[in-house]
Structure formats: structure tokens, C-alpha cells
Design a binder for this molecule. Structure first.
Ligand code: HEC
Ligand code: HEC
Ligand code: HEC
Length: 434
């Protein structure tokens, strides 16, 4: 009886859709009159400002040249472009009518005040680990910013992925809303670092690889990932630099953006350090350094530093005399004058390229980017620049990268370098770099 079968099948489909609709539905939380700034204590607002820094809220919620926190910053994902929204207290286009409960639900569950599901481009999967007290402080800070009228921009996520109710399915599969659980066998400092890293500072949002549906792979935390045309290197023991990231180097890098052995925080890591973590007190930076020194297994690798340094400095001496080889000549002419350290402690402003992760990663993207576009004064160490070599041909950039890989590391040669340079040059143009 095919007709009855068909009807039965249809009934199951309809029940399924209705069931999912019920499952996906979230109630709206009632509007409130925008709370006056005076209803928050200055101390609470100040604590919220630190957390807003540590969570890079302004970096994502401010469009290029736009008003702070008014949204409209484009995030390119493999599912289309998603724009951040206006989180100023404007009652019509911002979050002015959101109660603290509505704000807390958004931070913990990725649900807007009106009940619609938010996309995980907003890292609520990390923010949800924050304590209620920290979320209340953030609320106080957000609600005391100047209100800006700025309607949300239209996302370019294609149908059917733009159906927000489907996010309930994503959450069911990948989202575990649970508060941060301290580890009893670790120090309070380690736990503080873990709380910041996994929560408000969401380091894994860039440093953890994602699956095909854009969820972080839980079993590969901090294993390194591609982000915004860069590679965020692994922060685990798989970090490719021959010099271990110990607590002192991590603290220097996260505080100032410069590590004497490893180079500078460039690309997307630059605003993390200079606009975000800069708000955190030194004690919190040390806590992050304690946590990541452990994640990377630095203690077990301490003895690797001295030989790695000696080898890096020996490699520098390759480039002092007249050069026969074309690639070596290019390097000596273009790079060696700045990237040369004698024996002893390296000058942190002349990164020793043998120790730099860009040269040691499996993927040459970061090295090619740095050669093509340089590192601007406000991006790397303040006031110092690494010049851009965008006028070099693809073949010359590829030659330099291959030369560094061969003379500075024991790792296999990178394949298809020239093609990769062309791709990265085109990406840079699309970003307005050249
Ligand atoms: C990595 C980028 C990113 C960061 C960092 C970020 N946000 Fe967002 N946020 C977004 C995006 C994108 C949306 C819009 C999501 C959507 O439309 O589904 C959003 C939405 C929101 C919303 C919901 C607003 C609405 O109109 O529905 C709130 C509240 C919010 N963010 C607060 C914050 C706070 C507070 C911080 C800092 C602690 C922060 N965000 C940091 C990207 C970010
Ligand atoms: C917006 C994405 C993003 C976020 C968030 C982010 N990082 Fe990064 N990180 C990167 C990128 C990209 C690089 C490579 C930068 C370069 O080569 O100059 C990087 C580099 C690093 C490095 C240097 C690694 C190496 O081997 O050279 C460390 C250490 C680091 N990040 C730690 C952190 C910590 C700790 C956090 C959280 C507090 C964090 N990152 C958050 C994108 C990010
Ligand atoms: C005028 C001096 C100068 C020259 C020439 C120069 N560099 Fe640099 N380079 C720097 C400085 C300074 C930094 C540190 C970045 C900063 O703070 O601006 C740097 C950083 C780097 C980094 C590390 C970036 C990071 O994210 O840690 C790499 C890789 C690099 N340079 C490669 C090269 C190559 C390859 C050449 C030759 C094509 C070259 N540099 C030529 C000064 C120079």
C-alpha cells in the first residue's frame, strides 16, 4: 500500500520538523528600559573593561573606521561572511533593552534576547566558561559605552545554513555548556591561566583545528590551525620551534608581543596582544604563561634551548662572506644585515630565523606573508619594522623561503612554493595589502 506508506513517511517528516522546531525554540527575554550608567559602580565597570580587553570584544565588534562596539566587522567563514552586531546600549539597534539575564544567556548559550540562535563565530562556546560575576562585570562595561545607532549588516550565509534554528542542531552535536572546572592537582596560578585561556581569551578559537562544520576538535586542543590567511601555530608539544616556549618567553611574548628567541606577534596575533591582553595585569599574563608552558611541555624540553641557539647562530654565519649560490646571495643581500646575531643572547628585534616558527611550520604561509608584507611598526615590536618585499617576484620569494627551510631547519622542503606565493599575494591584494 504505497499511498499509506507515503502518508506514514510524511507524518514522520512533519513530526520531525515540529519536534525539531520545539527543540530549537528559545523564549524571548522581556525588554527592559536601558539601565542608567549610574546604576553600575565604577569599580565594576573597570573590572569589565579588563575582561572586554581580554576577550577582544572591541576587535570583533568594531568595523574598520567604525564606532567602537557598533558591530559590522566582517568575519569570513567557510560558510559565508558573518557580521558582528552592535553591542552598544542603543535601544533600537544595540543591546540597550537587554537585561543582565539576557546578556548572560547570550554569553553562556549563544541565544539573543529575542530567542534567536547566534552563530558560533561569536565565541560563546568559550565565554560560557566565565563565572556569573565576570559576566556581570562585562555587562556593566558594555551597558556604559556610548550608544551608537548602527543596524546589523546582512550576513552572506547561504540558505539553508542561514536558518538560525539549525544552530540548535549544531549545539546539540558540538556544544557542551559547562562552567570552567579547576583541576585539583594544579596550582591556583595554572588554573587561573586555564580559566582565562579557555574562557574569555578563547585562545583555542584560533589555535585549535576545526571540523567540517566549524566546531573546534576537542581532542586536539591548541594543536594549531589556519585562521584569516595565517597559521596559528600549535601551542602543544607539537610547536615546531626548536626553542621551547617556556614560561619566561611566553610571558614576554604575551605582555610585549616580542620573544627574544621566537620573534614577534604579527598578523591576527598582534591585536590579541596589543589591543586585548594589554589590559590584563601582569599576574594574569604570568598565569597564562604558566598554563601554556605546561600545555607545551616546556619543562621536559628545557635542555633543547642551548643547542638550538648555538645551531641558529652557526647558521647566521653562513651569510657573511661572498655567495655563489643564487638563493644565498639573495638572502645575504635582502635579509642578513638585519637577521644577524653574534654569539650570546640574540637581540629580540632581530629574530633568529632558525628558531622562528614561521620557518619551522609544516605550512610556509606565515613566512611568505611576512616576506611579502613585512611587519608594520604598530603590528610587531613598537617602532620597529620588518620591511615588505612585495616587489620580489614569486620565484624569488619562493627561493628565499626554500633557502631558509633548507639551511635553518632539518625539516622536509615545502612543495609547490611558487604557486603558494602567488596565492598568498592574491589573498593580500584582496585584503588591500598591495
Ligand atoms: C571572534 C569575534 C568575536 C569576539 C571576540 C566577540 N564577539 Fe560578540 N559577536 C560576534 C559575532 C560575529 C556576533 C553575531 C553572531 C550572529 O549574528 O549570530 C556577536 C554577537 C554578540 C552578542 C549578541 C548581540 C546581538 O545583537 O544578538 C553579544 C551580546 C556579544 N557578541 C558580546 C560580546 C562580548 C561581551 C565580547 C567580548 C567578551 C564579544 N562579543 C567578543 C563576534 C565576536
Ligand atoms: C585571532 C586569532 C588568535 C587568537 C585569539 C590567539 N592567537 Fe595566538 N597566534 C595567532 C596567529 C595567527 C599566530 C602567528 C603569528 C605570527 O606568526 O607572528 C599566533 C601566534 C601565537 C604564539 C607564537 C607561536 C609560535 O610558535 O610562534 C603564541 C605563543 C600564541 N599565539 C599564544 C596565544 C595565546 C596564549 C592566546 C590566548 C590568550 C592566543 N594566542 C590567541 C592567532 C591567534
Ligand atoms: C631592515 C631590517 C630587516 C630586514 C632587511 C629584514 N628583516 Fe625580517 N625582521 C626585522 C625585524 C625588526 C623583525 C621583527 C618584527 C618587528 O617587530 O617588526 C623581523 C621579523 C622577521 C620574521 C619573524 C616574524 C614573526 O612573526 O615572528 C621573519 C620570518 C623575517 N623577519 C624574515 C625576513 C626575511 C626572509 C628577510 C629578507 C627577505 C628579512 N626578514 C629582512 C627586520 C628586518
Amino acid at each position: 500500500m504505497p499511498k499509506r506508506l507515503l502518508l506514514g513517511f510524511l507524518a514522520i517528516v512533519i513530526l520531525g520538523i515540529v519536534g525539531f522546531g520545539v527543540f530549537a525554540w528559545r523564549p524571548a527575554i522581556g525588554k527592559i528600559a536601558p539601565p542608567p550608567a549610574s546604576s553600575f559602580s565604577p569599580a565594576q565597570v573597570a573590572r569589565g573593561e579588563v575582561l572586554a580587553g581580554a576577550g577582544y570584544c572591541a576587535t570583533c565588534h568594531t568595523a574598520k573606521g567604525g564606532q567602537p562596539y557598533a558591530g559590522g566587522y566582517p568575519m569570513k567563514t567557510s560558510f559565508g561572511t558573518i557580521y558582528s552586531t552592535n553591542i552598544t546600549p542603543d535601544p533600537k539597534t544595540g543591546v540597550g533593552t537587554w537585561s543582565e539575564a539576557a546578556f548572560r544567556r547570550a554569553m553562556r548559550q549563544g541565544v539573543a534576547r529575542d530567542g534567536k540562535h547566534l552563530f558560533p563565530a561569536f565565541p560563546y562556546d568559550h565565554f560560557g566558561k566565565m563565572t556569573d560575576a565576570d559576566i556581570a562585570d562585562l555587562y556593566a562595561y558594555v551597558m556604559t559605552r556610548p550608544a551608537v545607532s548602527a543596524p546589523a549588516k546582512r550576513n552572506s550565509v547561504p540558505f539553508p545554513l542561514n536558518i538560525r534554528a539549525l544552530q540548535a542542531g549544531w549545539k546539540l552535536l558540538f556544544f557542551r555548556p559547562e562552567p570552567f572546572k579547576p583541576s585539583a592537582d594544579k596550582s591556583p596560578e595554572w588554573n587561573r591561566g586555564a580559566y582565562l585561556a579557555q574562557g574569555v581569551s578563547h585562545c583555542g578559537a584560533c589555535h585549535t583545528p576545526r571540523n567540517a562544520l566549524g566546531a573546534e576538535k576537542r581532542d586536539q586542543a591548541f594543536a594549531g590551525a589556519a585562521i584569516d590567511n595565517w597559521i596559528a601555530p600549535p601551542l602543544t608539544s607539537a610547536n615546531p620551534s626548536p626553542a621551547p616556549w617556556d614560561q619566561a618567553e611566553l610571558a614576554a611574548y604575551l605582555r610585549t608581543g616580542v620573544s627574544r628567541y621566537h620573534g614577534v606577534a604579527a598578523g591576527p596575533m598582534s591585536p590579541v596582544v596589543h589591543d586585548g591582553l594589554v589590559k590584563l595585569p601582569d599576574a594574569d599574563i604570568q598565569a597564562l604563561a604558566v598554563y601554556f608552558a605546561d600545555v607545551g611541555g616546556a619543562a621536559g624540553r628545557a635542555s633543547a634551548l642551548a643547542p638550538a641557539l648555538a645551531k641558529a647562530q652557526a647558521a647566521n654565519r653562513l651569510n657573511t662572506g661572498p655567495q655563489i649560490d643564487a638563493a644565498a646571495r639573495l638572502y645575504t643581500a635582502a635579509c642578513a644585515s638585519c637577521h644577524y646575531n653574534g654569539a650570546g643572547q640574540p637581540n629580540p628585534l632581530r629574530p633568529d630565523l632558525a628558531l622562528n616558527s614561521a620557518v619551522n611550520l609544516d605550512d610556509p604561509t606565515n613566512l611568505i606573508r611576512v616576506i611579502l608584507h613585512g611587519v608594520a611598526a604598530k603590528e610587531g615590536a613598537p617602532g620597529v619594522v620588518m620591511p615588505a618585499f612585495g616587489r620580489f617576484s614569486d620565484a624569488d620569494v619562493a627561493r628565499l623561503a626554500a633557502y631558509l627551510r633548507a639551511t635553518r631547519t632539518d625539516k622536509p622542503a615545502w612543495p609547490d612554493l611558487e604557486k603558494k606565493v602567488a596565492t598568498i599575494r592574491a589573498e593580500g591584494r584582496a585584503e588591500g595589502k598591495e
